[in-house]
Design a protein around this ligand. Structure first.
Ligand code: A2P
Length: 271
């Protein structure tokens, strides 16, 4: 499963499951978690400048001695950077933090700064996107995308820029209804990545998910990850424990279409 791929609209192959690193601290924690993920077959690592762990992630990748072109590494432009010049500078810093000469995927982390969620930055997003388009054309980024973007935020990019985003990374898990965004992305050939596929652990004790896990003889986390795959998203589960890192990659089973309907209709799942 870790070596299976989806194809982005520009032909670039993206591994179907990625290892998420949000909330993993720079230093030993990030270094050890990413090292364990790589040791156990993950080839897709999702990071962000805003996670402040690019250096340790980069070091773990380098020390794993896996050829760079066999890996898929993502990072993100900090959410408060909404102009061309700073976007260019920030990307260069990100490459330096990792010690890479290119990234596989680079995303605008959010349509608004985290400290003013919902504020309008249409012009700033266009400026940042134009900087990213330049790096993309120069071969320094293999695919470019956005994160936490609504259909309207994406429309703004499509209408005013040259390249349609290849990816939109959103918070997606059982009970979090993102149907409008999923449908819009599908229509526009934009792959959806699911961050927090386990709702940061908050849905793992839900009775329906527990019942389903028992039925399929898997763990609740595996039900959650399989659900994301079956909704045609690329899940990015995060863990700092080797047994869970391995467990989260063993999702080669089928949830029946009836059971998928039950999961799709669950609401108020988070505890
Ligand atoms: P830990 O890092 O201590 O293993 P998400 O991917 O939705 O952000 O969820 C991450 C949270 O879920 C983390 O707190 C992580 O804890 C926990 N977690 C990850 N994998 C599993 C698993 N297989 N079983 C139980 N909890 C898990």
């Amino acid at each position: 499963m870790l070596k299976e791929f989806r194809t982005l609209s520009n032909g670039i192959k993206i591994p179907k499951i990625g290892f998420g690193t949000w909330q993993i601290k720079n230093g030993d924690e990030a270094y050890n978690s990413v090292s364990l993920a790589l040791k156990n077959g993950y080839i897709h690592i999702d990071s962000a400048n805003g996670y402040a762990n690019e250096e340790s992630v980069g070091k773990a990748i380098k020390d794993a001695k896996i050829p760079r072109d066999k890996l898929f590494v993502t990072s993100k432009l900090p959410s408060h950077i909404k102009n061309y010049k700073d976007a260019k500078k920030s990307f260069e810093e990100t490459l330096e933090n990792f010690g890479f000469d290119y990234l596989d995927l680079y995303l605008i982390h959010a349509p608004w700064p985290w400290d003013s969620i919902g504020s309008n930055h249409d012009l700033g997003n266009i400026e940042a996107w134009k900087a990213m388009e330049e790096f993309y054309k120069a071969g320094k980024i293999k695919a470019i995308g956005v994160s936490n973007f609504s259909p309207d935020d994406i429309k703004n990019i499509i209408e005013h820029c040259e390249i349609t985003p290849h990816v939109n990374q959103i918070g997606f898990y059982i009970g979090r209804d993102q149907d409008g965004t999923l449908a819009y992305c599908k229509e526009n050939n934009i792959l959806v990545e699911a961050y927090s596929p386990l709702a940061t652990g908050k849905i793992l004790n839900h009775p329906t998910i527990l019942k389903m896990a028992k039925k399929y003889n898997v763990s609740p986390a595996q039900i959650c990850i399989r659900y994301c795959l079956d909704r045609n998203t690329v899940p990015l589960p995060k863990s700092t424990h080797e047994n869970r890192i391995i467990e989260n990659s063993k999702v080669d089973f089928n949830i029946s279409s009836e059971d998928m309907k039950v999961l799709i209709n669950l609401r108020n799942v988070e505890k």
